[in-house]
Write a protein that binds this ligand. Sequence first.
Ligand SMILES: Cc1ncc(COP(=O)(O)O)c(C=O)c1O
Length: 484
Amino acid sequence: MSSFSNLHTISFHKASFCEKKLLPGLTFNWSSRLIENKSSSLVCSVVSQDTYHVGLKIHHPTTRSNVVTLIDQTEEALCSTGKFGRFGGIFVPETLVNCLNMLVDEFNAVLHDPEFQAELAIALRDYVGRETPLYFAQRLTDHYKNSKGEGPEIYLKREDLNHGGAHKINNAIAQAMLAKRMGRKNVVAATGAGQHGVATAAACAKLGLNCTIVMGNVDMERQSSNVLLMKHLGAKVKSVEGTFKDATSEAIRDWVEDLDKSYYLAGTAVGPHPCPNMVREFQSVIGKETRKQAMEKWGSKPDVLVACVGGGSNALGIFHEFVRDEDVRLIGVEAAGIGIDSGKHSATLAKGDVGVYHGAMSYLLQDDEGQIIGPHSIGVGLEYPGVSPELSFLKDIGRAEFYTVTDEEALDAYALLSRLEGIFPALEAAHALAYLGKLCQTLPNGTKVVVNCSGRGDKDAETVFMYQQQQMVRRLVTLNGIGK
Ligand SMILES: Cc1ncc(COP(=O)(O)O)c(C=O)c1O
């Protein structure tokens, strides 16, 4: 009997949607029960329930805070439960459980395999280009100083300098190595902004694996330069109607059709266990380097970490190393799109309810009937109706804070960083940068803030140009009083 069999009692916030949303295209008929209370005490009880089921011993150290204790308990149970508190899990049909179990075993094996780790370390250094700099943004820092000349010091973790232009390659290269080790010849992945598509295509070319990237037709138009790159890298690019969520469903369907030969390469920290855990682990190099570089630069930890949140991989990549350091604030920034109350946003943690989607339980943008609400963001990589179960857990236990930033604020932040520092960030990363406008005024002088600059903005140059043209027209219209 699989060690995950105890997960097959499913908890739905909106149970009536289970058939539609677990893994689209597959049907399910599982029992359901309701979880509505979102308090940390419930998280606590769920953790201990799950722990009880799998017969693990939980320690309650008296010197640790409740939050750190909860995190420790969750990590200890994660391998067996596949859950972060009440979030995560494996909400998939029985036929997939075996395959995911194999992946769990292989993933656990490579984590402790010195040969794999040595090979990965070389790939990260010589292929990806790590370590990425921790860059002091002097002019951005000056920009946010108050009238007394005081303010926080702003540093950027330069994930935009990675091969392929984003953090995505950290995870893609590691999982492609894992796929090869498992004897899988065909890799399938879904991409939104195209950064994960480019990273996966590159990793597959390097390792001699066949690569199919699934992308929504809407995104293919918005991020066309990345589509070309994927093709140049030898990937087959498969178009589906819609956006990233639709591409993800299709990629999973492709994978399910050929489980023996194909490997689904998750690009963000969502999906059934072990995908969220695996992606976080392979991205955690960002936070590990940040700690070391902060020690070298100013002799202690950062005070605040800021990252944008799509599915959650770059945020967890920088947060994970510091999650037990409660004196380090962890701030995730979601996309408020054209306005947080407009219904056109991707602010899953701010506005979502708990539900099950793409094989795991997490916060989810859904209406009262449990239908997915189509997300929107100018940062295409942030457009997803779900979010990492681990970030949902960190929100529930109060360890991480989450805020939102509109399309317009992100576009302004892109322009600001370009002009002040000569760095053009991806529009996804521009969300994290945009939040500095509100954050900096609240921080004591000299606070060390590290923003994860998760990617570069070449792919967004045209979008920004169009926005700036529209802004100019709007200004002219206002100046001339046209339209009154
Ligand atoms: C540059 C960049 N940053 C952030 C994201 C959001 O993804 P995640 O939340 O998994 O980091 C994406 C997604 O495509 C991206 O391309």
